[in-house]
Design a binder for this molecule. Structure first.
Ligand SMILES: Nc1ncnc2c1ncn2[C@@H]1O[C@H](COP(=O)(O)OP(=O)(O)OP(=O)(O)O)[C@@H](O)[C@H]1O
Ligand SMILES: Nc1ncnc2c1ncn2[C@@H]1O[C@H](COP(=O)(O)OP(=O)(O)OP(=O)(O)O)[C@@H](O)[C@H]1O
Ligand SMILES: [Mg+2]
Ligand SMILES: [Mg+2]
Lengths: 253, 253
């Protein structure tokens, strides 16, 4: 099962959600691969892999340029989560001139799909070709939605993009499989307003687990300390509940 | 004076900083033009212009495609801030195949530069060609830095990009003119750790004004209600102080 984590709005928790889901699903016993499809490589950093280390081995750039074999790319990180790391150089990969350029990532993941129970793809804050590749490769898409400004316009635009992927048959199944409300601060009326708008529009796919604003999750981003995800803070508990919902929605066949 | 607001990390306050600076500088008596160089058009939305309105008139897409004349592009918005709006279609503009493609925006702004005291350019969360254009056009660059994860790596990568713009003489003056710490939460040790790292590395260009996390600023993003920027909340007061520093650093000749 390939799940892409996407939202072109910046800083809404895509990377944190990808890491937390990966760690939790791995702890639940699933064999998990994460793919860092963002040239900024925040997920790679959070999982404890430096740019130097990633550059010295197969990474998404070398796979895109067909220098390395996808089967040699996954590396094991904390909590037994496997990672295809990104490097900043990915920003200069010549994606635009490749054949069937929307499905480069789909082709890279094909030989790996049956080796893992779940593959999670972290994508950049844009609707450019890397994100299009991540959406094209997906069996389903999880959208982290921060309960703040620009959230709702962003969702509409993302859905238009997915509709185009279906229409052109780049990925006939491309659709939002789940929305997770993130950085929710229940004391602010803003968050309640925005979440009710999202619930009204997409209620049937919004996960019950809502991720609260939690300094422990911000600290996880800073340190990559996995104990912050495995701990008992409100945010960590919420991501565990989300992992359970994801498992029930797609992984327990 | 052309000032680009840039940081490839998502959700660090680029758009909010651009809007707040523009409104405050205009209130101080400067003639202000803002350019929304992000296809997600959050700044355009915040300043009260819908995608329908923007599509029906000159906008950055039509200027890039040389359909309209730059002199016809600015539109007046609240607080007498002039705006060149963006439309989502900008994501599909064919920038990559244009001649001298890093300086499309520089050329667009040339006939406008002496009509305004200050031009502010809001850029997207990426180091792609739109951001490169925004950096190439800049006399100086302001970097909003959220005091959280990934902030410091992001700054290093942005500085490498600016160095490349200087080295290739796309913009020999491209450099960080100022860093503003944003969404600072003084109760968290994380924010203190990250801000001290930034101060140590770039202390001489960090503005004294630090923007605190303030729900009024989040509400401004949601509503575009200018009274939230002109009000007395901690965030609004901080942005007024920032505008004063920006004025003193570059605009009072
Ligand atoms: N629930 C939360 N509570 C507090 N901080 C959070 C939470 N989730 C994420 N963060 C922090 O918010 C910031 C943005 O999160 P993250 O980097 O995961 O978002 P993103 O959507 O991947 O950003 P980008 O668009 O730049 O890729 C990071 O500093 C992260 O540590
Ligand atoms: N000081 C602040 N306090 C609270 N919320 C803020 C503050 N500054 C900005 N915000 C909110 O944080 C979110 C991100 O801010 P903003 O959109 O300005 O960042 P950005 O860097 O332009 O994002 P992107 O990378 O997606 O373009 C928005 O919802 C905004 O309303
Ligand atoms: Mg991310
Ligand atoms: Mg923005």
């Amino acid at each position: 099962m390939i799940i892409t984590i996407a939202n072109q709005k910046g800083g809404v928790g895509k990377t944190t959600t990808t890491a937390a889901l990966a760690i939790n699903l791995s702890r639940m016993g699933y064999r998990v691969l994460v793919v860092d499809a963002d040239a900024q490589a925040n997920l790679t950093t959070a999982l404890g892999v430096t740019q130097e280390q990633a550059s010295d081995r197969p990474n998404l750039f070398t796979l895109v340029e067909e220098i390395d074999d996808p089967k040699d790319a996954p590396m094991e990180t904390a909590a037994r989560v496997w990672l295809i790391p990104s490097i900043n150089g990915l920003a200069h990969a010549d994606l635009h001139n490749k054949m069937d350029r929307e499905r480069i990532l789909t082709r890279i993941l094909k030989p790996l799909a049956d080796k893992y129970d779940v593959i999670l793809i972290d994508s950049p804050p844009s609707l450019g070709l890397l994100t299009i590749n991540a959406l094209a490769a997906a069996d389903t898409v999880i959208v982290p939605a921060q309960t703040e400004a620009f959230a709702v316009d962003g969702l509409a635009q993302l859905m238009d993009t997915m509709a185009a992927l279906r229409r052109y048959e780049v990925n006939p199944n491309c659709d939002i499989g789940g929305v997770v409300l993130t950085m929710y601060d229940g004391r602010r009326n803003l968050d309640k307003r925005v979440s009710s708008v999202i619930l009204e529009a997409l209620g049937d796919v919004v996960f019950s687990a809502t991720i609260p604003r939690d300094v422990r999750l911000a600290e996880y981003g800073e340190t990559g300390d996995i104990s912050l995800i495995e701990g008992e803070s409100n945010g960590a508990v919420a991501y565990r509940a989300l992992a359970k919902e994801v498992s029930e929605r797609w992984l327990r066949t």
